[in-house]
Design a protein around this ligand. Structure first.
Ligand code: SAM
Length: 296
């Protein structure tokens, strides 16, 4: 593990000094809330399970608080930052580290498969570790999962409410299509709840660090993922409605009686609500709907 002299970038005094010296002004529209809490960084790094043979992809390095710790813990670090004003700052503060590549890019537009080939070939495993910009958390996490990148785990700071939705089990109001999408690919566990005072500037929501450990295989086997997720989305379209009512939008209203019988036939009471259904039950419904020709 590499170490440098002097205070860490995340130390509040050092962060303020870097910001002042470079005349940096925060852009709220880019979700710029920088971490100044070394204890939280310790927890993020411990949860990521990095070592010299592994790589880390960071999204949104800001002024490098987390990047510095990743550089000390991993063999290779790639950090994608959308705000070009931060690039000279990162070049300055990360100059003691020769294992960090900062790339000016919007993660949502970046070719991540190419990035993997160019930077992570030969590493024992790669984790995504980031304090995510909250305005695009869900699209970023979904892109990472749906592109089927060889990721070991994703350890991210997100809005507390989003972390709760990702980790929710059936039966509560937090459980929804995001829980199912995340849990289809990963096992979630909550690492830490983070108060707003751990950031500069302080956001007006609480935050949480969540770890998503990639499953070797998706949690359920479905013949057509797009269709499976279409069923899930349709089932949650109006949360107060029963699954029979919501799914009739897919099967056609005229086939509602058939749909009700089909649900009952696969052991699922048609008057249940989507928030009570497990991934297995969604997979069963998807399979039966397809078999009956009620969805294509
Ligand atoms: N990692 C730093 C930290 O923990 O202090 C900064 C985290 S801050 C919450 C989010 C960072 O993501 C900002 O630096 C912001 O400029 C960057 N960002 C916002 N949207 C982005 C995008 N679409 N692609 C890449 N970076 C983005």
């Amino acid at each position: 593990m590499r170490k440098t002299e002097g205070p860490a970038i995340a130390a509040a005094g050092r962060t303020k000094d870097i910001i002042r010296r470079h005349g940096f002004t925060f852009k709220k529209s880019l979700g710029q809330n920088f971490l100044i809490d070394g204890n939280i960084l310790d927890k993020i790094i411990a949860a990521a399970g990095l070592d010299e043979s592994r790589g880390a992809l960071e999204i949104g390095p800001g002024i490098g608080a987390l990047t510095e710790r990743l550089a000390q813990a991993a063999g290779t670090v790639v950090a994608l930052e959308i705000d070009n004003r931060l690039l000279p700052i990162l070049e300055d503060v990360l100059s003691p580290y020769d294992n960090v590549n900062v790339i000016h890019a919007d993660v949502l537009k970046a070719d991540l498969k190419r990035l993997w080939d160019e930077h992570f070939a030969g590493t024992a495993g790669v984790s995504v570790v980031a304090n995510l910009p909250y305005y695009v958390t869900t699209p970023i996490v979904m892109k990472l999962l749906e592109e089927r990148l060889p990721i070991e785990r994703i350890v991210v700071m997100v809005q507390k409410e989003v972390a709760e939705r990702m980790a929710a089990k059936p039966g509560g109001k937090e459980y929804g299509s995001l829980s199912i999408a995340v849990q289809y690919y990963c096992e979630p566990d909550l690492v830490a709840i983070v108060p707003s005072g751990s950031f500069i500037p302080a956001p007006n929501v609480d935050s949480a660090v969540i770890r998503l450990t990639k499953r070797p295989q998706p949690a359920v086997t479905v013949p057509d993922e797009d269709r499976f997720f279409r069923v899930v989305h349709a089932a949650f379209a109006q949360r107060r409605k029963t699954i029979a009512n919501n799914l009739s939008a897919l099967s056609g209203k005229e086939r509602k009686a058939e749909l009700t019988a089909l649900l009952a036939g696969c052991g699922i009471q048609p008057e249940r609500r989507a928030e009570t259904l497990s991934l297995d039950e969604f997979a069963r419904i998807d399979g039966e709907l397809a078999k009956a020709g009620m969805i294509d």
